[in-house]
Design a protein around this ligand. Structure first.
Ligand SMILES: NC(=O)c1ccc[n+]([C@@H]2O[C@H](COP(=O)([O-])OP(=O)(O)OC[C@H]3O[C@@H](n4cnc5c(N)ncnc54)[C@H](O)[C@@H]3O)[C@@H](O)[C@H]2O)c1
Length: 387
């Protein structure tokens, strides 16, 4: 691997200082490991799921060193991470390193792999918004396909030189690679055909194939996960739940595609993180695992619950603006996650689902009305139903 040319952009302490007090410990090794702690590389760590995964990891694996890699696209929300790092720091110095790198830059990815030599890669960085993929698919093909190739190829270059082979590459993907379900059909499982219908889903399906082929061809211990819609804190306001909250708080009608009857299976983001952590320990290399919440709800049901929470007892009438059908707006997703459940994981009970959804709505109400984040108004205004 040639690391000459220095087009590589690795920003460590300088960027972190700009972010305001983000903890950085000096690197203790440049090559090889000197302690028993694991080095865990989480890509997309400033995005919605990635930031919650970083939080989960810091709380549950305090001895690990975390490398948070992110390209800081429009979807990155570093403040959330900075805030909980500060909180954790009151009790313990978290061992976390921030690396600002665009995964489309193979040389930069190679430098990160060589420098940190991760034991575990959890790959979440992606372009993730279906509507954007329809308006402009190229960035999705570049980041989701080429970027994933760069990640797995550079992991492979590192892995092939390891003395022991216990390293893992976990690729986080979506249930959208399976296409859509009709009302009467069984939920998706790992055995379903891959039938993506949007550019986003096609780019993720392609990345799944690339990761899978590195397992078959080179023997890398990979795991692929296909997850349903997540909800929870720190999601970009272009997505259904934060967008709806913002619109209702600002006196605007909720906005839904078509008739609002499209069904999604909702999973609390912390359950997703718990599943990923379990799979790094107990997942079978080379396997794919579906992750879902056993909570099928139509988009209009989600909107109604948000409305009831903001205006209890119908103190204000719910107004919904239905827009034209989005091309390839899949009717229904549902997930059969029995393979994962056999490893001892289950999504939250119905009771927790209501509690977590209510907590999520309260979080965004605070964010949009208090001293928290300001929504990017165009995103919130345009936000409709999508992962
Ligand atoms: N959110 C969900 O409901 C959901 C469900 C199933 C699967 N997933 C998958 O989980 C992963 C994370 O989803 P999310 O909702 O957190 O996404 P997100 O859009 O909130 O965050 C994506 C993060 O990736 C970073 N990123 C984008 N392009 C990059 C690049 N070229 N180089 C480096 N970093 C880059 C962004 O800056 C951002 O921080 C994605 O792979 C997505 O396909 C998400």
């Amino acid at each position: 691997m040639h690391l000459t040319g220095h087009t590589v952009r690795i920003t460590l302490s300088i960027t972190s200082k700009k972010l305001g007090g983000f903890i950085l410990k000096p690197l203790v090794h440049e090559s090889g490991k000197i302690s028993e702690e694991r080095v865990v590389l989480i890509t997309g760590g400033y995005g919605f799921s990635g930031s919650n995964l970083v939080r989960y990891w810091l709380e549950h694996y305090p001895n690990d060193k975390i490398i948070l890699l992110d390209g800081m696209t429009y979807a990155a929300r570093p403040k959330y991470v900075k805030d909980f790092v500060e909180e954790i720091r009151k009790h313990k110095n978290p061992d976390i390193h921030e690396v600002i790198v665009d995964i489309r830059d193979q040389l930069a990815v190679a430098r990160v792999m060589q420098k940190f030599q991760p034991d575990l890669v959890l790959h979440l960085a992606a372009e993730s918004h279906v509507c954007r993929s329809i308006a402009g698919p190229k960035a999705f093909m570049e980041t989701n396909i080429l970027g994933t190739f760069n990640m797995i190829e550079e992991f492979y270059q590192l892995w092939r030189g390891y003395k022991y082979k216990s390293k893992r590459f976990l690729h986080v993907s979506t249930d959208e690679v399976f296409g859509e379900l009709q009302a009467h059909e069984n939920p998706f499982s790992e055995l379903n055909n891959i039938r993506p219908r949007s550019p986003y889903a096609a780019s993720k399906a392609s990345s799944d194939h690339i990761v899978q082929c590195y397992h078959h061809t080179y023997g890398i211990p990979t795991i692929i996960t296909n997850c349903s819609n997540n909800f929870g804190p720190n999601q970009h306001e272009e997505k259904l739940i934060p967008a709806t909250i913002w619109r209702l708080l600002n006196g605007e009608p909720a906005r839904l595609y078509s008739n609002g009857l499209n069904v999604r299976d909702w999973l609390f983001v912390e359950d997703h993180c718990r599943a990923l952590a379990l799979l790094t320990e107990r997942g079978e290399p080379g396997q794919r695992y579906c992750i879902g919440g056993d909570q099928e709800l139509s988009n209009i049901e989600i909107v109604e619950r948000i409305h009831e929470k903001i205006f209890p007892g119908g103190s204000r009438e719910l107004r919904v603006e239905y827009t034209a059908d989005r091309p390839t707006d899949d009717r229904r997703y549902a997930i059969d996650c029995s393979r994962l459940k056999k490893l001892g994981w289950s999504p939250q009970s119905s009771e927790d689902f209501e509690k977590n959804l209510a907590g999520t709505i309260e979080y965004y109400m605070r964010e949009f009305t208090g001293a928290g984040r300001e929504a990017s108004v165009p995103s919130a205004r345009e936000g409709v139903s999508s992962v």
